[in-house]
Structures are given as C-alpha cells and as structure tokens.
Design a binder for this molecule. Structure first.
Ligand code: SF4
Length: 414
C-alpha cells in the first residue's frame, strides 16, 4: 500500500443544521419517554413509521443507534457482551452492538447529548421483516427484557414482480396493527393524520432523491460517505416538516456546488458505486483515502434505500405496502442487477465496489455471482472488499486499501 497523502474532506455547510435537528429529535424523544407526555414506539428503519407518527407516537429507530455505535467505534466493546448471552458473532452486528450496549447500560447518546442518560424506554416495538429476520429477533429481545408488546409486518423476500396478492397481504397486516396501537397510544386512528404523515414522508423522499441525484453531475458534489451521514433525517425524521426543510437546505447547497463546478473530490478522475453497507467506523478514513486517489464514490444502494417513490397520501395503506416492499433489499437478483445497471448509466460510473459485510448477508450482494455477471454483461470492473458494518475485526484495512489501489490502477489502465 502506497503512502497516503493528507487530504481534506470538503465541509457541507448544512451539517450544522443537521446536527441541530438530530439533537432536537433525541432530546424530544428523551423528554417524551421520561415524562410520558407521548408514547414511544421503537421501529425498524423500514417499518411503518408514518402509521406510528399518525397515532401520536414518538418514533425511535434502533438501527440508527446501531449505526451510531459503529460510527463511534464502540461496537467492539459491546458485541462480545451480546455474544456471551448467545447472540452469535455471525449475526447482524447492529443487533449485537445495540443489545450489548443496553446490557452494559451505555449509549453514545449520553456523550453526544448532555443530560440524556439512556435510550428512550419503548411502549411498543414494531418491525417489518422486509430487510431481514434479524430486526424481529432484535426487537424480540427487548420485548422479553422490558416486557413491552412486540408487533409487526412479515414481508416476502427475494421477490421479482410485486403482485397485488403480495400487497394485499401486507395491507392486511398494516391494518391489523391499528387496534393494538390505538390501545397503547391512547389515540384513535385518524386517516387524515395518516395521510398527512405520508405526504410529509413523500416530500422528504422526493427531496432526498434529488439530493442524491445531484451526484449525476461531474464533478459530483457529495460523496457516498457524506451521504451516509446526511441521510440521518430521512431515516429518523421522515414524516415531519423538519426533514423536508432540512433537505431543501441541503439540496440548495449541493445545487450551488454543481453550478459552480465544486466536487466533493478535487480533480475527480473516477466515479464508483458502493454496493452494500457502509463500514461505519471507517467513514472518514475511507472518504479521505478515496479523495487521495481522486476517486469519487458517489452512488450507492444503501443511501437509495430511503427513497420511497410509491408513497401516495391519497391511498396510504396500499402505497405504504408498496413503498416498503419494492425496496432493493426485498428483491430478486434480476431486479437488483437491472437497478444497478440503471445507476451505472445515470451516474456515469467507472466501477462498482461490493462490500461483503460479514454480519449482514442481506446487504452483501456479491455472494451469488452478481459482480461476475455484471462485469461480463456490462463490461464494468468490480471489486469486492471484505469488512463489516460495525464489527471492525472483520475489516482488514491494509488489505482493503491495497485492493482498492490496485483496482484504481486497473481503471487507469483501462
Ligand atoms: S439488514 Fe443487515 S444491517 Fe440491517 S438490521 Fe438486517 S442484518 Fe442488520
């Protein structure tokens, strides 16, 4: 591996505002959980958040907490704690980090936000297995531990076409959640409130899509590593006016960058797709590394996962079922390959980087021959690096960087 040059990541000005709204979000959650002014629902990241919001819940996302544990590099302190109670080191390291941290009564929220002592205590736990089974097992642990009701939606996986039959089943499951949620929240379901939160999520999603699509420009104004941070509000604040306003601000800044020809990577030479989970504890390091290689990682499946194009307030149940079922992770290989092909065209990409994330097979799409098929069919180079979302023991920095450098040399030769 050659010696790395010192490089600086260009600061996105909207970051200050993002930090503020994320802090407000956590303080409000903390207050609601402490004084009981609003019930708290824990929801998986692609769960029925808009329904929960419409019923008056404050919504907390354990996966966001998992990502915080990864980004602060605390995960490896906590994973063994969950392993010790029988949760394998091979399963989702969000799950093991988060449960381990809970057992140790620690959270990065306390360090980041003065006065917050722990994660907000849930009144209900709601999952959707659209992304994986781990989310259900994860929330089941809390359900047993805290004696809190658990409910959710079971979604088919690995599907191509999304048929009416599939959607009908999901609509039925979403509707079945309403009576128990009304009981817990103490609020009556109101279709207009549901439509309202769907409309806000729709606006958020449209703006987030536009934000990501500014990267079709050359040079691209934002890196994948920036985007993983700036997607925070799209995950935890979707369904709110705050998220909409935030993405208006971010979009304006990125459009200005495009107008002025300002790229996230000075002298951008190559443009890559990141397929798979981020390596949370290495975001800054990898961001700087790619800047040094004049390579812009600018599009990804991961950040696109919070684009829910189907949301339609006029038909909230069916459109929610569709939006949360048609996401990439639910789909079969054929769909995924077509999707990536479209990304390559739209973002004018030179190569694809697959992250084989040890503890998340669901987001590791290199395992059934996809890189080889795409290389052959689209004549695009691919590279697979081994690592993990949170468990840094699975990531060999030296090996990954050597392979990335060799890959860039291969692009140069091409
Ligand atoms: S999709 Fe992967 S990272 Fe996300 S919760 Fe499931 S196993 Fe964990």
């Amino acid at each position: 591996m050659s010696e790395e040059k010192k490089v600086a990541i260009k600061k996105i000005q909207a970051t200050g505002q993002m930090r503020k709204i994320m802090a407000d979000y956590f303080y409000e959650l903390d207050a609601a959980a402490r004084d009981g002014s609003q019930k708290v629902a824990w929801c998986t990241s692609v769960g029925p958040a808009e329904l929960l919001l419409s019923l008056g819940f404050k919504v907390y996302y354990p996966e966001n907490h998992g990502a915080m544990l990864g980004a602060t590099r605390l995960s490896n302190d906590y994973i063994p704690v969950a392993n010790a109670i029988g949760y394998s080191p091979d399963i989702c390291s969000y799950l093991t980090s988060d449960i381990g941290a809970f057992i140790k009564k620690e959270t990065p929220l306390s360090k980041a936000y003065e006065g917050i002592e722990g994660v907000p205590k849930p009144d209900v736990l709601v999952f959707n297995t659209n992304q994986c089974r781990d989310v259900q097992d994860w929330l089941s642990w809390y359900s047993r531990e805290l004696n809190v009701p658990l409910m959710g939606i079971s979604t088919f996986r690995n599907i191509g076409e999304i048929t009416d039959d599939v959607l009908e089943g999901i609509v039925h499951q979403i509707k079945a959640l309403i009576p128990p949620l009304e009981k817990i929240s103490g609020n009556k379901f109101d279709i207009d409130k549901f439509r309202e939160s769907m409309a806000l999520s729709r606006s958020c999603t449209e703006l987030w899509k536009k934000v990501l699509e500014t990267n079709a420009a050359s040079p691209a104004p934002m890196s994948f590593f920036d985007a993983t941070i700036h997607m925070g509000p799209a995950v935890v604040l979707r369904g709110s006016e705050t998220a909409v306003q935030y993405y208006e601000l971010l979009l304006a800044e990125l459009e200005q960058r495009v107008k002025e020809g300002v790229g996230a990577v000075e002298g951008e030479k190559y443009r890559l797709y990141w397929e798979g989970m981020p390596i949370w504890g290495k975001l800054r390091d990898l961001s700087e590394f790619f800047i040094g290689l004049k390579t812009a990682v600018i599009a990804s499946t991961y950040c696109n996962s919070w684009i829910f194009a189907a949301f339609d307030p006029a038909d909230p149940f069916l459109s929610m079922a569709r939006a949360y079922t048609e996401i990439f992770i639910v789909r079969d290989e054929r769909f995924k390959e077509k999707y990536i092909e479209e990304m390559i065209r739209k973002f004018k990409l030179d190569g694809i980087l697959f992250h084989d994330s040890k503890t998340c097979p669901n987001n590791s799409n290199n395992r059934y021959g996809m890189p080889e098929r795409l290389e052959k069919r689209l004549n695009i180079p691919t590279l697979t690096i081994n690592g993990d979302l949170n468990d840094l023991r699975c990531y060999s920095e030296e090996q990954a960087k050597t392979n990335i450098e060799a890959f860039i040399e291969q692009l140069e030769a091409k």
